[in-house]
Every structure is written in structure tokens, then in C-alpha cells.
Design a protein around this ligand. Structure first.
Ligand code: PLP
Length: 362
């Protein structure tokens, strides 16, 4: 494989010490040393999410597996699930909830906008869902949904709040408990500087209570948290053979964030993103999202008229080994997506991409 600088929507490059950890010989998934490592991973994930949730663990699988796990565990046939769609991944949530036979309702915003509290409250009153699902950091648009007040609304209307934090964990402030988020999931390959392969997952006691009230089994064996908890909790009963090396990597990635300090990591992402935004604007380019809801980990830049966006991304990959993303869905052909996530959120990467945009843009 050629060496690439991954400045797209993910995966991001992994921290070399994470790769070193992954390259160790595996140990048994019930080895006492591994069990100790599992507990460290859980506690460090709680730190990164700012939650005390007991049921916090990395699902074996990518972010979509953890996404599906949140839905599979708490959604029963006929439950009303309200999804806030303001980009590609809201649509994926709606698709998944439908497959678990939920009564899916949606509220939508243009791709590049965020929901207001009034819009959310009106939809909660209209649909009275048992779960409201929302994407915090929409990787398809570069919008960071403001979270203040949403959890309180969900408690007021007695529904669970499910949050996608795939492009925010490690890179953008996240306060799950303070925001009253009941279920959340993420991935390993963005803000955590690991390769793809694990999907952090967490649920609180309110969500667990809904799971315990189910009248049927969780319809997905692999993602059933009550079974998985027998392995990750105190029983240590075999469920599936854990991808132990990925968890070696996850533990090292989380340790590095802890060593840096979560707030320092958030500040680094914000500072580098702001330099990128200023630099792109100095080059005469237009950013797609208003600054107050712009995501530090992923920036959407409008493709200037007359420029072939796809040809430009291929040019960067083929001639500079740099990956940036194109637009998805309604933004296809309209924006480029530049990611500065985890290990790749660095001053030198900002400088490099700005220099290349300056010299190579037609
Ligand atoms: N949610 C969001 C916001 C994402 O950006 C992604 C992937 O980029 C996913 C979910 C799905 O994660 P994965 O591709 O790791 O399965």
C-alpha cells in the first residue's frame, strides 16, 4: 500500500504507537492481562465521553455496528423512533430503525444546517417517540449540532436520546451525562487515531431499563448488549472471540488522549480547524457551514464554479498522496470535505493542505 495522508472524512491516519500496540502477538481473550486491559478501555472511553455509564464498551465492528447496536437493543417492533435528518448519516439511522420494525418518523433540515430546540420540541410533541436519534457531528455536511437543552426536552417528553458521536469523540467537546444523552456510539478511526474496526458504544440506566422491559429477545444476537455484558461485565463469559489486537490499539489510543488531556485535544482540534478555515477563506474559497455550528474535525468547502471537484481530489491523491473527500448525497459535486481528526489534526497538515490548494487549484 502506498503511504497516504488521510485528510478526508475518515479513516484518519493512526498514531504510530497505536499501530505498534496492534502489531503485538495476540493473547487469549480471557487472559487476565487482557481482562485488565478491557477494564482500562472501558474506563478511558467513559472519560472521553464524559459519562459514568456502566455499560460502555467497544463493539467488535465499525461505527455502523455500534450504531446498529444502539437501535437493536432498545427498539421494539412498533416503537416510534424520531430521527433528526440533516445529512447522510441521519438517513442511515432511519433505515436501520425501519429494519428493526420501528414506526420511523423524521424531521429534516437542509444539509449544512442544525436543528433548533423549538423544531425538536415541536416534533417531540407531534410524534411522542420513545427514542429520538440525532447525529452530533454530521460528517457529510460538517455541521456540529448544538446539544444544550435537547436532553431536557427528551426527558420532558419521556423519550430516550440517542446520539451519533462518530466524528466528535476525542476531537470535539462531548458531555454525554451533562447533556442527558441515553445512548451513544462512535468509531475508532477518526478522533481516536486508531484504524477502523471498533465501535465504542455506551448506554445509561434509562436505556438499560427500556432494554430490560423488552417483551422479546434483542433481534440481533451479535449486538445484544445483555449477552455482551456477560463478557465485558464481571462474569467474563465467552461471547465471541474479541479482536484483541484492535483493543490493544484502542487502549493505546485512549491512553494517548488521556495523556494529552481531553480538553487539550479538543482545543488542538479547534485551533487547527480555525487555521484551516482562515487559510481557505484567504484563498478566496467559501465554507459551506456557518461558523457557529461548524465542526472542528471536518470542514466542507464549496467547490468553485468551473472546477471539476472529482478531478481535483484524484489529482491530490495521485500526485501528493493526500486524500480529501468529495460531497455525499445532495452535496455531491458541490463540496470537498477536509478532515483534521485525531493524529492528523496538526499544524503541519494544515499548512500542507493550504499550500497544495494554493498551488494546485485551477
Ligand atoms: N456516523 C457518522 C456520522 C459517520 O461519519 C460514519 C462513518 O463515517 C458512520 C456513522 C459509520 O461508521 P463506520 O463507517 O465506521 O461504520
Amino acid at each position: 500500500m502506498p503511504e497516504r495522508l488521510l485528510l478526508g472524512p475518515g479513516p484518519s491516519n493512526s498514531n504510530p504507537s497505536v499501530l505498534k500496540a496492534i502489531s503485538l502477538q495476540p493473547v487469549g481473550h480471557l487472559d487476565p492481562f487482557y481482562i485488565n486491559l478491557m477494564a482500562e478501555v472501558q474506563s478511558l472511553l467513559r472519560y472521553c465521553w464524559q459519562t459514568k455509564n456502566r455499560l460502555t464498551l467497544p463493539m467488535s465492528g465499525t461505527g455502523s455496528a455500534a450504531m446498529e447496536a444502539t437501535i437493536a437493543n432498545v427498539v421494539e417492533e412498533g416503537d416510534t423512533v424520531l430521527i433528526g435528518i440533516k445529512g447522510y448519516f441521519g438517513n442511515r439511522l432511519a433505515d436501520m430503525a425501519g429494519r428493526y420494525r420501528a414506526n420511523v418518523k423524521t424531521i429534516e433540515k437542509d444539509w449544512g444546517e442544525a436543528f433548533t430546540l423549538d423544531e425538536i420540541e415541536a416534533a417531540l410533541i407531534e410524534h411522542r417517540p420513545s427514542v429520538f436519534a440525532l447525529v452530533h457531528a454530521e460528517t457529510s455536511t460538517g455541521v456540529c449540532q448544538p446539544m444544550e437543552g435537547i436532553g431536557d426536552l427528551c426527558r420532558k417528553y419521556d423519550c430516550l436520546l440517542l446520539l451519533d458521536t462518530v466524528t466528535s469523540l476525542g476531537g470535539v467537546p462531548l458531555f454525554l451525562d451533562e447533556w442527558k444523552v441515553d445512548l451513544a456510539y462512535s468509531c475508532s478511526q477518526k478522533g481516536l487515531s486508531c484504524p477502523p474496526g471498533l465501535g465504542p458504544f455506551t448506554i445509561n440506566e434509562r436505556a438499560e431499563a427500556k432494554l430490560n422491559r423488552r417483551s422479546d429477545k434483542v433481534p440481533n444476537w451479535y449486538l445484544d448488549i445483555s449477552l455482551l455484558n456477560k463478557y465485558w461485565g464481571s462474569d467474563r463469559v465467552y461471547h465471541h472471540t474479541a479482536p484483541v489486537n484492535m483493543n490493544f490499539g484502542m487502549r493505546e489510543a485512549l491512553r494517548l488522549i488521556h495523556e494529552e488531556g481531553l480538553e487539550n485535544s479538543w482545543a488542538r482540534h479547534r485551533t487547527n480547524a480555525e487555521s484551516l478555515w482562515n487559510g481557505l477563506e484567504d484563498l478566496g474559497l467559501e465554507l459551506h457551514v456557518d461558523k457557529d455550528i461548524r465542526l472542528a474535525t471536518l470542514t466542507t468547502v464549496r467547490i468553485p464554479s468551473g472546477v471539476d471537484g472529482k478531478a481535483f481530489t484524484s489529482h491530490l491523491l495521485n500526485n501528493f498522496g493526500i486524500e480529501i473527500g468529495g460531497g455525499l448525497g445532495s452535496l455531491a459535486g458541490n463540496v470537498w470535505r477536509i478532515g483534521l481528526m485525531g493524529y492528523n489534526s496538526k499544524v503541519e497538515n494544515v499548512e500542507k493542505i493550504l499550500e497544495i490548494f494554493d498551488s494546485e487549484l485551477p
